[in-house]
Design a protein around this ligand. Sequence first.
Ligand code: PYC
Length: 326
Amino acid sequence: MPDSFSVLDTHTGGEITRIVSAADLQLCDRAPEHWLQQLRGPFDWVRTALTREPRGTEYAVGAVVAPPDDVSRTGCIVFFNNVGYLGMCGHGLIGVVEALRYQGAILPGTYQFATPAGIVQATLLPNHDVRFTGVPSRRFRQDVSLECRDGRRVSGDIAYGGNWFYLTHDTSVHSGTVAELMDRTQQIRDALDRHQIRGENGAVIDHVELYDSLSAATDQHEPEAVGCRNFVLCPGGHYDRSPCGTGTSAKLACLAADGTLQSGVEWIQESITGSRFVATYEPVADPHEGDHVRVTIRGRAHVIAETRQVFDPDDDLRFGIGASNP
Ligand code: PYC
């Protein structure tokens, strides 16, 4: 176990990604499934240390990263949060690409990254925007109604965009306080669990997305903007400050299934923080994977800190409050 390692923090539309080099952890091969075994086992302390107090914060997503190699231009990323490991993370991918650019590890161009949810492609543009195409995304069920603890009935879709989402229309994304939106989404999350409503193959639906049309909030400066404002509850009980990349993919899968957005047409996904992603989709008919869409998202991240994290063996809280020792 290293007694210290470097961390680069970025934010994408307000959502932090804390980036750790796989080489610093001596994770040498480039297969996310092997990393997952190690990270869920003897290396889980990296996750708990970076996402719990006193050194971490529960609303950060972390990423263990091997940069693309020169020959295949393919890297490897495993994303994590305060409760476990993510299949994919869109804001995190944009953050990783910006971090690699900042470190001089990549130049503008197109790269692939292996993630637990599959291979994703990311392009670093000359102006430092990042455009990525996520994993196959699809709507799984439509109009699933739920009764919340406060008696409210909601109806929504279940969709996959690299993580599992329950998406429901809710105008309070324009006017609600964060506390109100947290309560609404947490009640939906509880109802999904209470009614044992799952994604494909019993997958837990651990993200809840409220949305309303962008036009309800936009003014005369951008009368043509097509898109929505969203609020996404993440698995560990915080909300995504960014517009959520995998949530954007899930949303476009639903729009494609409804026929309300044509392929190739730009869609703006806006977080309640005001940050935005621009997305398009292409339909794919695949006899093996089934019909799905491939969503391409453009966004921007910024490096905000470079730190060296020190693990003093005399510090009982070095792996985070409540974390067990490895
Ligand atoms: O951007 O996909 C995303 C994401 C998932 C959880 C937090 N952000």
